[in-house]
Design a protein around this ligand. Sequence first.
Ligand SMILES: [Zn+2]
Length: 552
Amino acid sequence: MIGVAVHSTEQDAVAEFFELFKTTWEFHRNDGRYDVLICTRKQIPQNTAKLVLLYGVDAMVSDTDAGFCVKLRRGGTRLVHGGRQIPIYGGVATFPGSRFAMVTEEGTGEPATFTRSSGNGIVLRVGYDLFHEARHVLNAGQPAANAGSATLDLHIALLRDLIVKSGIPVVEIPPVPEGHNFIVCLTHDIDHPAIRSHCFDHTMVGFLYRAMVGTVVSICRRRKTLRDLRVNWTAALKLPFVYLGMARDVWSGFDRYLELESGLTSTYFAIPTRNYPGRPLAGNGVSRRAARYDVTDVRPQLQKVISSGCEVGLHGIDTWADSTQGRAERERVAQALSTTVAGVRMHWLFFDEKSPAVLERAGFSYDSTVGYNETVGYRAGTTQAYKPLAANHLLELPLHIMDTALFFPNYLNLSEEDARGMVWKLIDSAEEFGGALTINWHDRSIAPERLWEGFYLKLLRELKRRGVWFATAAQAVSWFRKRRSAVVEAALVEEGRIKIKASVKSDSKLPGLRVRVHKPETGKSAEGTPSQLSPAFVDIALNGTIDTEVKL
Ligand SMILES: [Zn+2]
């Protein structure tokens, strides 16, 4: 059991951090008995813990007691642990001369940790403010420059590593569904289901330019083929007949995703209102945000989507800023399709710090907006669905990979090969940390002139190979809620054996959970750098109640 002694202002961030690192913990009580005490207070409370972890940037009494001259760095640095960089947004304290260099500051290579023995065991000082970092990443998100770092997941891995390498086991319920390696949410924002509604506007002109000229340029850069050229030029030449109603719309048919994703489930986000750009966000409000369709125009396709077991959510316009509008937008989609709408993703990813509370008041169970327009990766530093600190119930299912970010000239502008390198790295990371990798492939991305279907199919093949659970966004969020509701307790019964009790309400519609026991790494807590983050562990399936003992 971990006891956590923090200031009252930190409690909300601590509680959410430990929903993500689902281990045995509680806020410190004077009569509590803990194996590990995490403390951010100046004064360490009375305890009998074998390991006391002191997190913080400001100099502590223990620093001078241990004879260290502390060096402080404020903001914008990185720590290195197990060969990986962890961005730090507050500050870092380093302890030059410490022989415990499991965590170092990137720029100087100086240790950001030291240990000393105390009456009961070890005091391990860590020179940054863990819960301040968690709060910052969950509230403000990471800048695009740090998109590649699953920062919160790395903080959890570091904490786990510090404990097991101090010879203490860790019992947790990892964000990994039983029978799978991680979760994938395939999603599709429906922005342009028909080019027919874009007669002589910038979208049509852009399409013609990219199809006729852009494809030739792409061939010269080896990013498109002669076959693509034929398809795109044919689509462009067909356009007058599309507008005359004599040819099939070149963008229609997003329900083709049902064939590409045969046997899988996914989520489609539909716009409620035609020709309405919505409110501006930080001066970013232009008429171009208005969609030229509304949900009733694509009713037959979306009904097909629903009857195939997929989900339809709201692609919100004003929902991010106004809960009354949010309710109205949600109702419009629900009524048009005679379905319930549990979740939302905002068009153009409009969002601000008040949005979680607004969305909650509008009656949404989840949001999936927190991601980047311009790059791929971890805006919220995690693949886990989390509860924004401003919300009581709403869960955020962060968005990680968007087609337009990968291939648009204004964004990453990647070749297929480079996109593969970037996306496969995120898949590797999900395989290691678990969680839900959320992907957005837009409605017209498989149509001319984008023709990004080939890459998408390769991506699906790779994900199938990795043993993932393909879930709708609502299913994934329900699974995370189930994990949040689970209870786990652990206690050492004798040397080398640990007793574990865990329970969760069984639910046949969702994959089960698993309890993971990380064995202590006694004798390896020395002053070296660990070669990997994941020590040995044992998994036990959890679908109801378990009461068992595990040999360490
Ligand atoms: Zn959109």
